[in-house]
Design a binder for this molecule. Structure first.
Ligand SMILES: [Zn+2]
Ligand SMILES: [Zn+2]
Length: 741
């Protein structure tokens, strides 16, 4: 039908298809309706860095192939994302360029969206959002107040790095060799009140639910287990001087009788009762303000304090076990108390060697009684701080009043808006210096009070960044966590994210359970945000992580310019399975490029010549068994590609598509060998097979696939690619055209 049959010009083909998609709003999310399966595919939320990297391309190519496949199957697909736009990297970049972060973020986001469109990713772009938009962070503030009222957020002291010169606290990222990133002066640690998210009430459930997450791949599950840091063991009751009880844990159930000391976490809730001596308290204060979070974690050098108190071990003739304090406990079992058993535990032996009291007359395990031990579990995962002394973040909706204390801002007064016109310099906290921001009346008593000037770490925004896509943009200002569409789309059918997202996902699972118990997510009985999850490894080059410093950064824009989006997508999917680190090289690119060129030229020629092949009933009879074989090849190939797509194993799916193409070529070779050429029946069967090949290729290389279908005589429009094929339907004897429908 076309007279422009030619070699494959990817750029031309792709721009034309992208224009057609934009014109017909091809990726708009369908309205929730009836029994049609609703599939919400959640890709990772990029930082607004201004540039897509190859890891993004990998992430979105996998998600996009899956989204296109599910659409072709007739499912209602929501494929949307938002930018994780608050945070330090954006603030630092804005400081460097002397622009307000809001402007910088907008510019970067637009640029990245342009790159995504050029790569042909089928997001619902209308639903894209920025976590730094007022309409978004208003809900981050709502979430903060809601969790605070449920007792899941609290305020406590923590140590932070402080630069005297810049008069600001610093993030770990901003401290280089103990010096400030900005002024290079030495940094010191200070204690200051910080907001914490309480995750401990949900650790046990996050653990238990892992067994139910059938559509989670092994990497994603193992990151959840790693973050939990579960230890199985036993718990025994000890008694203190004033009769106070202490439950101590050990993973060495068989050796409890050999315990010779107790090690307490500096975060243990009952620590004060054991550390009564003023000198000991002083040491504890030093330990806490000394930033032990950053200090050595090995048993030889980790801070260690002897409280001077002892706990009584009733099973061992009331032997006295010295009570020591060390953050080593946190690193192993969380904020708990642990039995020290040097005879079986290497770390305990090292601690014992450093504690003079333990050495003297330690119990030998020759006691008369049996320890009363009960099975117990400990988790290393602990509450974490969510507030930062930074400008570019969600303002914490709290007002500090002398009379009323920390008062949450009422929901009707949200959002507490972040001033958009501030250009942070890196010096001081610009919010604290804005009287129009800080000075406010107390929402409770009306007296003059001060706004909280800390902002929320972007990790807090990320707790719910998987929610907004499921709410129509026009409704988000009014309704979010209670929007009826959430019942339709949640839980997300599949999260596709990098293998370093485990921490985010873990905390998202905690918050989903909290919101289930509080009410809005009561419909999510399991409290899980993602029913399926695929984690992929990163993309490296020359065996090393890509970095500007090493000069080995692969720029997706340059590749798209040179080879086209389809080739880049196909190459990155083909090069490695998601569980493998992808060591980028040109081999996959050359393979993908050659394959698409071949499919393009070969298919176009066959589509054009099929109707010109001679009708020959005798020949058709003679080759019927070969057409039958072609049908089987197609059906088997499709079955494999379908199964691979269902499991998001795109490298296998692409391989099976390339094999199918080989088979279709092989069919022709066999016919030519047998009869010298193709009769009309053979040519039409082959054209039908090539149509099916294009349909199977569409999730991975959508532009060329659609262009080929147009060449085959299909009409441009919403169902150009058509339903996901199941069988090759051979053209009927009436001479119906294979290609046209
Ligand atoms: Zn400084
Ligand atoms: Zn007040």
């Amino acid at each position: 039908m076309s007279s422009t049959r030619s070699s494959y010009e990817a750029g031309k083909v792709e721009i034309a298809r992208q224009r057609a998609w934009a014109e017909r709003d091809a990726f708009a999310t369908p309205a929730p309706a009836g029994d049609r399966p609703a599939v919400y595919i959640k890709p990772s939320s990029p930082f607004t860095s201004g540039k897509l990297h190859m890891g993004h391309v990998r992430d979105y190519a996998i998600g996009d192939a899956y989204a296109r496949f599910r659409r072709a199957r007739g499912d209602a697909v929501l494929f949307g994302f938002g930018f994780d736009a608050f945070g330090l990297p954006a603030e630092m970049a804005a400081i460097e360029r002397k622009v307000p972060p809001a402007d910088w973020v907008e510019r970067c986001g637009e640029r990245m969206l342009e790159q995504m469109r050029r790569l042909g990713f089928s997001f619902d772009y209308e639903r894209v959002f920025y976590s730094s938009d007022e309409a978004q962070y208003r809900w981050s503030q709502w979430l903060f107040v809601t969790l605070l009222e449920a007792g899941l957020i609290y305020r406590d002291d923590t140590t932070v790095d402080w630069c005297d010169h810049c008069r600001t606290t610093l993030a770990a990222l901003q401290v280089e060799d103990g010096r400030c990133w900005r002024c290079h002066n030495e940094v010191r640690l200070i204690r200051r009140p910080t907001w914490f998210l309480r995750i401990t009430p949900y650790l046990e459930e996050n653990d238990r639910r892992l067994a139910e997450l059938e559509d989670w791949d092994e990497i994603s599950l193992s990151t959840q287990r790693y973050i939990l840091g579960r230890s199985d063991g036993v718990e025994v009751d000890l008694t203190g001087p004033g009769g106070a009880g202490l439950a101590a844990f050990t993973p060495h159930a068989a050796s409890v009788a050999e315990a010779s000391f107790v090690l307490l976490s500096p975060r243990h809730p009952e620590l004060e009762g054991w550390a009564t001596e003023p000198a000991v308290r002083e040491q504890l204060d030093d330990l806490r303000s000394g930033g032990w979070e950053r200090s050595a974690r090995d048993a030889k050098s980790v801070p260690l304090i002897d409280t001077g108190s002892s706990a009584t071990a009733p099973w061992n003739d009331d032997a006295a076990l010295p009570v020591l304090v060390s953050p080593l406990v946190d690193a192993r079992y969380g904020p708990t108390a642990a039995l020290g058993i040097p005879s079986v535990d290497e770390a305990d032996a090292k601690i014992a060697a450093r504690a003079p009291r333990v050495g003297e007359g330690a119990p030998s395990g020759a006691g008369s009684g049996e320890p009363e031990a009960r099975p117990a579990v400990r988790y290393r995962a602990a509450d974490f701080s969510i507030s930062r002394q930074r400008f570019w973040g969600t303002p914490i909706p709290i007002v500090h009043c002398d009379a009323c204390g920390a008062v949450p801002v009422p929901e009707a007064d949200l959002p507490v808006a972040l001033p958009r016109d501030i250009e942070p310099t890196g010096e001081g906290n610009p919010l604290a210096e804005r009287a129009d921001f800080v000075e406010v009346a107390c929402p409770r008593c009306g007296e003059p009070a001060r706004r909280e000037t800390d902002t929320l770490d972007c990790h807090f925004d990320a707790l719910w960044l998987w929610v907004p896509s499921a709410v129509p943009p026009e409704a988000r200002a009014e309704s979010m966590f209670d929007h009826p569409d959430l019942r339709h789309w949640l839980p997300s059918e599949r999260l596709v994210a990098g293998s370093d997202s485990g921490g985010f996902v873990f905390d998202q699972r905690v918050v989903t359970k909290a919101l289930r118990d509080i009410g809005p997510f009561a419909f999510l009985e399991q409290g899980e945000p993602f029913s399926g999850c695929l984690f992929h490894e990163m993309v490296i080059a020359d065996g090393r992580k890509m970095s500007k410093h090493l000069g080995n950064v692969v720029d997706p824009d340059e590749l798209v310019e040179q080879y086209g989006a389809d080739t880049v997508r196909l190459a990155i999917l083909y090069a490695a399975g998601p569980a493998k680190t992808l060591n980028w090289n040109d081999g996959a690119l050359r393979f993908a490029s050659r394959f698409l060129h071949n499919v393009w030229v070969y298919s176009q020629e066959r589509f054009a010549s099929a109707s010109k092949a001679p009708e020959d009933a005798e020949a058709a009879d003679d080759t019927e068994f070969l057409r039958e074989r072609l049908r089987k090849w197609c059906d088997n190939g499709l079955e494999r590609v379908t199964a691979d797509l269902e499991e998001l194993q795109m490298h296998k799916a692409v391989r099976n598509v390339t094999r199918l193409f080989e088979r279709i070529q092989d069919f022709e070779k066999r016919i030519v060998k047998r009869r010298g050429g193709l009769s009309r029946a053979d040519a039409e069967a082959q054209a039908a097979a090539l149509v099916l090949l294009a349909q199977a290729l569409a999730p991975f290389a959508p532009h060329i696939a659609e262009a080929l279908l147009l060449e085959a005589g299909f009409e441009d429009g919403a169902d150009l690619v058509g339903a996901w094929p199941v069988h090759l339907v051979l053209p009927g004897p009436a001479g119906a055209s294979a290609a046209a429908r």
